[in-house]
Design a protein around this ligand. Structure first.
Ligand code: NAD
Ligand code: ZN
Length: 239
């Protein structure tokens, strides 16, 4: 493992265009539960029943209770050494892009600048009927939250299971991945699409692929280096 970490460190520091792709696992050590893997929210909540347009149509109060619970939790935690290491890498390598599936805002809080949030951000709301969007940091958001523009019901501005990603955001991510010489994938189970397919796109474009995860994932076979360990312990060792 020591040799793998050393090789990964050399690759990362020698990179001209580095992309980091992160998932829920990078925030686990901050105290934000993951959806899958050990200690996932799964054990307590069936997330696919809550984070869907169907659930919101059926029971918006329940979905808002879930998001208010997540808002409360996320408002009380902060970034960890893994988030911080990515901020440092952004300063070191000539070009750096951070693509995250997380909605928890911890990368921004840590200080990452070139950030692509594939699945939105927990602190934003949008109207379920019109194009209204706003930042709203209240915890909790009183139910029912009403759109000031059209009177429709507001919802979290996040991408739910079964929904499409914003096209411009996804295209930006694909473009970064296609141009990258090295891609560092941290704390993602690589099962949520299309985010996971970015790894395959990077492989096809010839990037060197490094994975940091507690466990083997769906994508492990295509990585050049797979490091098993906690993101908060491994990433600071790359600097
Ligand atoms: P996931 O929950 O499917 O998988 C988490 C992965 O992280 C697992 O493979 C697990 O082994 C790994 N992991 C856990 N702790 C780790 C640690 N300390 N160091 C390294 N790896 C660790 O997460 P996903 O792949 O991001 O997909 C879940 C979806 O749910 C995403 O779309 C994401 O938007 C959303 N989600 C976001 C948050 C958040 O914003 N923090 C939290 C839960 C889920
Ligand atoms: Zn509206």
């Amino acid at each position: 493992m020591e040799e793998l970490i050393e090789e990964a460190r050399k690759r990362v520091l020698g990179s001209k265009r580095l992309v980091a792709l992160t998932g829920a696992g990078i925030s686990a050590e901050s105290g934000v539960p993951t959806f899958r893997g050990k200690g996932g929210i799964w054990q307590r909540y069936k997330v696919t029943d809550l984070a869907t347009p169907h659930a919101f149509a059926k029971d918006p109060r329940l979905v808002w209770e879930f998001y208010n619970w997540r808002r409360d939790l996320i408002s009380k935690v902060t970034y960890n050494p893994a988030h911080k290491a990515l901020v440092d890498l952004e300063k070191i390598v000539p070009h750096f892009a951070l693509i995250t599936q997380n909605i928890d805002d911890l990368h921004r809080k840590a200080g990452s600048k070139n950030l692509i949030e594939l699945h939105g951000n927990i602190w934003w709301v949008k109207c379920s009927k019109c194009d209204y969007k706003a930042k709203d940091k209240r915890v909790p958001i009183p139910f029912p939250p009403i759109c000031p523009k059209c009177g429709g019901m507001l919802r979290p501005d996040v991408v739910w299971f079964g929904e499409f990603l914003d096209m411009d955001t996804l295209n930006m991510a694909v473009s970064e991945v296609e141009k990258a010489d090295t891609i560092l994938v941290v704390g993602t189970s690589a099962v949520v699409q299309p985010a996971a397919s970015l790894i395959g796109i990077g492989k096809k474009s010839g990037a060197f692929l490094i994975e940091v995860n507690l466990e083997p994932t769906e994508a492990t076979p295509i990585f050049d280096i797979s490091i098993r360990g906690r993101a908060g312990e491994i990433l600071p060792r790359f600097i």
